[in-house]
Design a protein around this ligand. Structure first.
Ligand code: SAM
Length: 286
């Protein structure tokens, strides 16, 4: 029998490949193609339009980093909006903070949620069980447009890349609406691509310039994500005034008493210490 390999291209001549034990599902939705696979090293993983979204082995890194960083900068966060995040991992992590009161999650593709509930209880667990989560199926772009002014303490944009349904979530209009929907201590965290390969670095620069034109504080922070292109991945941190390093309150964060596998205060500080080439990329004019 022939081996089945999954390939994801970083550049025309370079790729990440995983030997597939079994393909568990495949479905074309009105928004994107969803494929679910099983593998020896990474466990189950799923792709949207051929790009890896999560694997069972490394999803904790992404989800701890998207949630703990803003919670350490403002431990009083109570109202959270998640855009995308259909696998449920971001909602799961946010719900570990018992002081969070409300989590609105707006996912465009209900099929992503349903397939993750079937194959990925590891990430989707909170979606079924936590009464603080309001799951809304719709376009995040439209939802933020209609959101009341100052309604949220934190917006987490856990989106796909700026292609297909995710494209609108990388526009200045969307960032302006997020700014309006956040209160004075509001923080926006977004999936911010990678600095390494050309196409990803281009999208990273574009997102950064737009965010910096809307928010008084706009920077990026890094983490190591083995199954994303190059492994070197970024989140954007944008706020109306809170500084991600100077305002980090690790004493109050430690009172949450969380047992993490990736995030800790040292990782938080190091994540904002950007390599020189990343700083240069961010300043570059296209
Ligand atoms: N952690 C992943 C990554 O960085 O590749 C992202 C995971 S999550 C599955 C991304 C989700 O964003 C998808 O389920 C997709 O359907 C959703 N999405 C894309 N565009 C959207 C939009 N305009 N509004 C709401 N959700 C959207």
């Amino acid at each position: 029998m022939l081996d089945l390999w999954f390939f994801e291209f970083d550049a025309p001549d370079s790729n990440l490949s995983i030997l597939v034990k079994e393909q568990l599902d495949s479905e074309q939705t009105p928004f994107q193609k969803i494929d679910v696979f099983d593998s020896e090293t990474f466990g189950k993983f799923f792709t949207l339009d051929g790009l890896i979204m999560i694997t069972e082995k490394d999803e904790f890194i992404y989800h701890e980093m998207i949630s703990n960083v803003p919670m350490a900068v403002n431990p009083d966060i109570k109202k959270v909006l998640i855009i995308g995040g259909g696998d449920g991992g971001t909602a799961r992590e946010v719900c570990r903070f018992k002081t969070v009161e409300q989590v609105d999650m707006v996912e465009i593709d209900e099929r992503v949620v349903r397939l993750c509930q079937k194959y990925f209880p590891q990430t989707a667990c909170a979606l079924d069980n936590d009464p603080r989560i309001n799951l809304i199926f719709g376009d995040g772009l439209k939802f933020v447009q209609d959101a009341p002014e100052g309604a949220y303490d934190l917006i987490l944009v856990d989106s796909t890349d700026p292609l297909g349904p995710g494209e609108g979530l990388f526009t200045t209009e969307f960032y302006r609406n997020c700014y309006r929907a956040l209160n004075d201590k509001g923080i926006l965290i977004n999936q911010h691509e990678s600095p390494y390969y050309k196409e990803y670095a281009y999208e990273m620069r574009r997102a950064h310039k737009k965010l910096a034109s809307v928010f008084s504080i706009a920077t990026v922070y890094q983490f190591y994500m083995p199954t994303y292109s190059s492994g070197h991945w970024l989140f954007g941190f944008a706020s109306k005034g809170l500084d991600p390093v100077k305002d980090a309150d690790f004493k109050r964060w430690s009172e949450f008493g969380l047992q993490n596998r990736y995030y800790n205060p040292g990782v938080h500080l190091g994540a904002f210490a950007l390599p020189n080439y990343v700083q240069e990329e961010l300043q570059k004019e296209d």
